[in-house]
Design a protein around this ligand. Structure first.
Ligand SMILES: [Zn+2]
Length: 79
């Protein structure tokens, strides 16, 4: 997949927060947090919870990351 920003070839991988899903199985301290997206005219929208692992792509040329969040239509929730 091509980077939408610089046109470079992107590397496919997984995107997760903190230590990832393995943390839960270790029974250790679970870091909490979420990835939030805020457009200028929007309220904050959570696009990824701590426990979620999404497929994504990383651009090694410019550092852009794309995440397939399974949360389409966030703009509709901001009426
Ligand atoms: Zn790029």
């Amino acid at each position: 997949m091509k980077c939408s920003k610089c046109g470079g070839e992107m590397v496919e991988g997984k995107v997760y927060i903190g230590a990832g899903a393995t943390t839960f199985f270790m029974g250790g301290g679970i870091s909490s947090g979420s990835l939030t997206f805020k457009a200028a005219a929007w309220r904050e929208q959570v696009v990824q919870e701590t426990s979620e692992v999404f497929p994504g792509h990383y651009c090694d040329s410019c550092g852009a990351v794309t995440i397939e969040t399974n949360r389409p239509g966030l703009s509709a929730t901001d009426a």
